[in-house]
Design a protein around this ligand. Structure first.
Ligand SMILES: O=C[C@H](O)COP(=O)(O)O
Length: 330
């Protein structure tokens, strides 16, 4: 199935509010039934970059939509309050004012700012009054190997500091040993510790071994109440990929068909090109439909994507598309 995306769809953001995923009891039969045919998935994924789901005329509008879906991220050991303040300034005004004005997109903002716990308060202060939420990576990010009670306490501290979204990391060993009950219990506890804050479950798919494990871990995290499932920390050697995305997105579709709850998707790590952002948006639309290309159900976890999108928008406004962009964008 291939649907053309239009400028109108890209510009107008429906304001529907989804009920949060309450989760359900662990359904082990369903988890074990979940499989992923690697060669079929890889064949489908290989066709995606060359597709033309987003018409060239509408690309600027879709790039603006992509900006609204970015969790603008800094997760470095040398993060400082000053760096986070600069990031928040970028979050408030992601693209030069004259470009936004020319595109009729004044007031455009990113989806969230994503930082380590220590930077949450600074980010909350810097974003006051903007409506941009702060997301905190948590639970011993990126490896998730600190004592369990400390991982839970870290969530609680970040919520107290003002984080509205918590990106937890799962214990990869529970997946690698097929201990779905342990994964479910862990995720359930993390979800409870988040309270009203939304929880994104980072699967670290590059460390899960197989696509089948990715499918099963996705389902278990949704059953335990994840609001989003997220591919990667950005620190694994393999981060977001299209095959993994297809598996996770299809798990989201299955979960929706079974329960009626929409869970969000966040590919993260290594997404730095505007043309890749368009591929992901088209993938979401083709596999899950329009509702999933809004920022309450779709985010990019990215530290450098915004820079490339801004460059492409500048080319669009000045009419100076680069040869490589023309080629890549088709
Ligand atoms: O969750 C976000 C990722 O850590 C960002 O990864 P990136 O720096 O490769 O864009």
């Amino acid at each position: 199935m291939q649907t053309q995306t239009s400028q109108n769809e890209a510009v107008h953001l429906p304001q529907t509010l989804e009920p949060r995923n309450p989760g359900m009891e662990l359904d082990l039969d369903w988890v074990i039934r979940a499989t992923a045919n690697r060669s079929a998935i890889e064949r489908r994924a290989a066709t995606l970059p060359g597709r033309r789901s987003v018409k060239k005329d509408y690309q600027a509008a879709w790039l603006c939509r992509a900006i609204t879906c970015i969790d603008l991220t800094t997760l470095a050991g040398d993060d400082t309050v000053g760096r986070v303040a600069r990031l928040c300034a970028k979050a408030r005004q992601p693209v030069r004012a004259d470009l936004l004005n020319a595109l009729g997109m004044d007031g455009l903002k990113v989806g969230a700012v994503c930082v380590y716990h220590d930077m949450v308060e600074s980010a909350v202060d810097a974003l006051a009054g903007t409506g941009i939420p702060v997301a905190a990576v948590s639970t011993g990010f990126p490896a998730g190997l600190s004592p369990f009670h400390l991982r839970v306490a870290e969530i609680e501290e970040s919520v107290k500091a003002g984080a509205a979204e918590i990106d937890i990391v799962i214990s990869r060993r529970h997946v690698l040993t097929g201990n779905w009950q342990a994964l479910y219990d862990e995720m359930r506890a993390f979800r409870a510790a988040c309270g009203e804050a939304h929880v994104k479950a980072i699967l670290a798919t590059g460390e899960l071994g197989t696509l089948q494990n990715v499918a099963r871990a996705s389902l278990v995290c949704m059953m335990a109440g994840a609001d989003f499932i997220k591919t990667s920390t950005g620190k694994e050697s393999v981060n977001a990929t299209l095959p993994v995305s297809l598996v996770m997105i299809r798990a989201i579709r299955d979960y929706f068909e079974e329960t009626g709850y929409r869970v969000g998707y966040k590919p993260a790590g290594g997404i730095s090109k505007a043309k890749d952002a368009l591929v992901y948006l088209a993938l979401m639309k083709e596999e899950l439909g329009d509702r999933w290309v809004q920022n309450d159900l779709f985010r990019f976890g990215a530290s450098s994507l915004l820079g490339d999108i801004e460059r492409q928008l500048e080319h669009h406004v000045t009419g100076a598309y680069s040869a490589s962009w023309r080629h890549a964008a088709g």
